[in-house]
Design a binder for this molecule. Structure first.
Ligand code: ZN
Length: 330
């Protein structure tokens, strides 16, 4: 019946109140007096813009959008996109989680650095997880581990590329082929690349790290070498170049013809410099102008254009995992 009852009037009133109050709340937020005041202040001091920097946290797991330059008081929306196998934990600012929403909106007041924290979902992946070392873009750092991965397509490098041809060195097939191509092109320009180190097994790495601990102590050993499972050399795609046939690895390599040539050209063959100068805090390694890693030609070009240290570039790519160290038996 179309009769106007008391109930209908009450209901309509309630709805009206709700609508009006929600509009009021939005409107009031939009002209928040704090923002208005700051807007005026900023005008006077000519600092109208702020930088909102967003990054995925060290433990990788996803990508983020929405960082950039904003005007004071402007509404910012940042978005976290976890990779599969990862859960989004929250947005962290100054060590505190400020929001647990993947899409987080706030009004900017000052330069802000926010990290998206992602966590591996062990229910999805099993409880003993290693980065899959066979993946060319595998992230290998002091926080990630490839277990005792052992490549199954290693080939021996030809003697003419070696600093010490009396020894044997191995790389994965594709990396070895690209290395030889690179070596030949460099040679055509009268530049000799001496390979001083290539694949190192889990066991060898255990030995190298152990020797460095004896020599320098654990802390220095960790800056100069990697623990087993944490070395790019275990991937079978990393190469150290020396400046002469003695095979020494020294920072002055950057000033040699070979060092300069590699810095400018290695990416064209799929090789990236893993530990650049000025990023010691990010990579955890001293500057190693001699250490290159094969990641594929297309990826190396993207890496080169990104101007990022290799580890930061790799964090932008979803990682692959192996459970329970499937290759552990060898
Ligand atoms: Zn190396």
């Amino acid at each position: 019946m179309g009769k106007i009852t008391r109930e209908k009037v009450v209901l309509l009133t309630v709805v009206l109140v709700l609508v009006i109050s929600s509009i009021f709340i939005r409107y009031k937020l939009a002209i928040n007096p704090v923002n208005l005041l700051q807007g005026l202040n900023i005008w006077e001091t000519q600092e109208k813009v702020v930088d909102i920097e967003v990054n995925p946290s060290q433990n990788l797991g996803g990508t983020v959008d929405g960082g950039g330059r904003y005007e004071i008081g402007e509404e910012v929306t940042i978005v976290a996109n976890p990779h599969s196998n990862y859960n989004f934990v929250g947005w962290e600012e100054n060590g505190e989680i400020v929001s647990q929403r993947e899409e987080y909106k706030f009004y900017c007041e000052q330069d802000t650095y926010i990290q998206a924290v992602f966590k591996l979902d062990y229910d999805k992946i099993g409880d003993s997880v290693f980065i899959d070392g066979s993946y060319l873009l595998a992230l290998v750092t002091k926080d990630t581990n490839i277990g005792n991965y052992h490549p199954d397509d290693l080939v021996e490098l030809p003697k003419h590329v070696l600093a010490r041809p009396q020894w044997s060195y191995f790389l994965r097939q594709e990396a070895a082929e690209q290395l030889e191509k690179m070596w030949t092109d460099a040679k055509a320009q009268n530049i000799t690349l001496y390979v001083a180190s290539a694949f190192r097994s889990y066991e060898t790495q255990q030995q190298v790290f152990g020797e460095n601990v004896v020599k320098y102590g654990e802390k220095i050993a960790n800056q100069r070498s990697a623990r087993p499972g944490e070395s790019e050399h275990q991937l079978g795609t990393a190469v150290d170049f020396s400046e002469d046939s003695e095979g020494r690895l020294v920072q002055s390599f950057e000033d040699t013809q070979a060092g300069k040539w590699l810095k400018d050209n290695a990416y064209k063959y799929g090789f990236a410099m893993s530990y650049p100068e000025g990023y010691e805090d990010v990579t955890g390694y001293i500057y190693e102008p001699w250490h290159y890693r094969y990641i594929g030609v297309d990826s190396a070009k993207q890496w080169y254009n990104s101007n990022k240290p290799l580890s930061e570039f790799l964090k932008q790519h979803p990682q692959r995992f192996v459970r329970n160290n499937e290759r552990a038996s060898n």
